[in-house]
Design a protein around this ligand. Structure first.
Ligand SMILES: Cc1cc2nc3c(=O)[nH]c(=O)nc-3n(C[C@H](O)[C@H](O)[C@H](O)COP(=O)(O)OP(=O)(O)OC[C@H]3O[C@@H](n4cnc5c(N)ncnc54)[C@H](O)[C@@H]3O)c2cc1C
Length: 559
């Protein structure tokens, strides 16, 4: 039986036998410890930190254990440096790319996929090789089938039914298709006129200003650019708005035209129906626990080597002539611990770094003043039986609603999608991870901080009940993960500002690491003893940006 038929049959069988018993919903807030972050903010506001109970020494201190901090640690290890410590506020490293468990089922708490990286992201390619996900076979690079997203990858709930893919095509008119083609041609032409690289810092060169194409696109709102080009089709505009919310946390009315084009031009382009899609480049790697699979593997050697210190909030980073002093609050002991290091990688979000770095450099203060962050939430919904489904395309890994009643709603991914056991596909219990980007919602952050978990859980269940009318009867638990400052929004003018930071320190020298990587120095925001690494420095947040920034900062502190 084809996988698709099997899914439909499994759902029908289960529905025939199920009782429509209303459920009492279990759940709560999980993942990020907002109280810890706020405790830190309050401690910093008083300006009076408790005296340190202990003083420790290390060569390099890494503040923050998200993808960037973990990548910096890996770069140090590969360069043969073991004398370092990584301090992370939460009880587990990984930041926005952590995995969780609901009723025994692994699911993402934040980031859930990594597109197969292009050649500009060779640091990420090297990591994937190291983890056995990328291998050269018969002269060609192959990705581990087990972790490439299985088919069907995505579907859209559009006009009462499911269609394959996320671009609205079912029943759309000739004028819509014509605008799809025109946008596709525009992306191609702009991609030829200037380099759109992922990670973006690979496109910048010392002493060279931004390309005129980038400058012009960066100066305007994406919506205005689309209007100028006469691209006003509602289906095209919906798709572009969805894409921007998905990668940037805010839609086309907020992000720059550079960001809107970069989304497509830096990865797989934009493919109008009928275009030959280069399938390999559109492939994504995913795991039940999302990118938590990657961050756990990055953290493992640090845990084994004793360098990872979780539950430690960095309160103060003071750069002196002879070294760096870092004070951190240990949440387990209730003590402040002082670290003395020769150098420090500040892998913290920019707004946190600006608070804790003493006499912060001008570029850090300016970045904290300019950047705007989108709040996000993830609702992990445990269901114990298959869901009733509307007609059309079969259940996919990513399932998006054209009309989502929740502001910023981005649909759900199924944590059970990659299962291999026969009969396991959506037939048994699974977790649906529903995403909501709140960057366009006024007061979104305040609402996240104040509304109860039941508000977000009920809103997610209500919107998903349109394609799955029996969801409320199948859902046994909903866990909500909140991110107050999930990701920087690439607003107009940001590229021009961020692209110049760090270039003055860019030497272009090569550095050989123990795994033989083809490394060279990358432009890194830095002072004499501090190197800054976080996706914020790219102005938008994806794995490739965070990882490359961390890798570059790890190399920068070795000078
Ligand atoms: C809901 C959501 C979904 C996403 N989905 C994807 C996806 O599918 N694919 C993708 O590529 N990207 C995705 N992203 C983007 C994601 O942010 C990046 O991929 C990446 O994880 C960012 O890593 P980072 O190290 O730059 O930042 P962060 O993850 O923000 O890491 C910063 C770390 O610093 C720690 N910290 C903060 N303050 C302190 C302190 N005072 N002391 C010590 N530690 C501190 C934090 O706890 C955190 O661990 C998603 C993001 C969110 C929020």
């Amino acid at each position: 039986m084809q996988r698709r038929q099997f899914l439909a049959a499994a759902a029908a069988t289960a529905l025939a036998g199920c009782q429509d018993t209303p459920r009492t919903l279990a759940g709560g807030f999980t993942g990020i410890d907002l109280a810890r972050g706020h405790q830190l903010r309050d401690l910093l506001k008083t300006g009076q930190l408790p005296a340190p109970a202990v003083v420790r020494r290390t060569q390099v201190l890494i503040a923050g254990g998200g993808v960037a901090g973990l990548a910096a640690a890996r770069a140090l290890r590969l360069a043969g440096v073991d004398d370092f410590a990584l301090l992370e506020l939460e009880d587990e490293a990984g930041g926005n790319s952590r995995g969780g468990v609901v009723n025994g089922i692994a699911c993402p708490l934040g980031a859930h996929y990594l597109p197969v990286p292009g050649d500009d992201a060779h640091e990420v390619q090297d990591l994937l090789e190291e983890l056995g996900l990328r291998k050269r076979q018969a002269g060609r690079w192959q990705y581990e089938e087990r972790h490439l997203c299985h088919s069907p990858q995505e579907r859209l709930f559009f006009q009462g039914g499911w269609q394959e893919g996320l671009l609205p095509v079912q029943g759309v008119g000739a004028s819509t298709l014509a605008q799809y083609r025109r946008f596709s041609q525009q992306v191609q032409a702009l991609g030829k006129a200037a380099r759109f690289t992922m990670p973006m810092l690979k496109g910048f060169e010392k002493n060279k200003p931004l390309a005129p194409v980038h400058q012009a696109l960066d100066a305007m709102i994406f919506d205005d650019w689309l209007a100028r080009e006469g691209l006003d089709d509602p289906h095209l505009r919906w798709y572009l708005d969805y894409s921007c919310r998905d990668d940037y946390g805010a839609g086309t009315a907020r992000v720059s035209a550079w960001a809107g084009i970069h989304y497509f031009a830096s990865r797989h382009g934009f493919h109008a129906p009928g275009d030959a899609a280069p399938e390999e480049r559109e492939a994504v790697l995913t795991w039940p626990e999302g990118n938590g699979w990657l961050t756990r593997r990055l953290a493992e050697p640090l845990r084994a080597g004793g360098q990872l210190r979780t539950g430690c909030s960095v309160l103060r980073i003071a750069e002196g002539r002879r070294g760096v002093e870092v004070d951190a609050f240990n949440h387990a002991t209730g003590n402040v611990e002082r670290w003395q290091a020769q150098r420090c990688v500040v892998a913290l979000p920019v707004f946190v770094a600006a608070r804790v770095v003493q006499q912060a450099p001008a570029f850090l203060r300016e970045a904290a003043r300019r950047l705007q962050w989108a709040p996000w939430l993830v609702a992990n919904i445990h269901i114990d039986a298959p869901l009733q489904d509307r007609p059309g395309a079969a259940p996919a890994w990513d399932n998006v609603l054209y009309q989502d009643a929740n502001p910023g709603g981005l649909g759900y991914v199924d944590a059970g999608h990659q299962r291999l056991e026969p009969g396991a596909l959506l037939a048994g219990p699974t977790v649906l991870s529903y995403y909501q980007a709140l960057g366009d919602l006024p007061q979104g952050r305040d609402q996240l901080a104040t509304l109860p978990w039941t508000h977000w859980a009920q809103a997610a269940l209500a919107t998903l009940a349109v394609p799955h009318p029996d969801l409320a009867h199948r859902a046994s638990r909903v866990d909500i993960t909140r991110y107050g400052h999930a990701m920087a929004i690439p607003v107009p003018g940001q590229l021009a500002f961020l692209s110049q930071i760090g270039l003055q320190r860019f030497t272009g020298k090569r550095k050989q690491l123990s795994n033989g990587e083809r490394n060279r120095w990358l432009p890194t925001p830095a002072t004499a003893r501090l190197a800054f690494a976080h996706a914020d420095w790219s102005g938008y947040s994806v794995f490739e940006e965070a990882f490359t920034r961390g890798h570059a900062a790890g190399l920068a502190v070795l000078t």
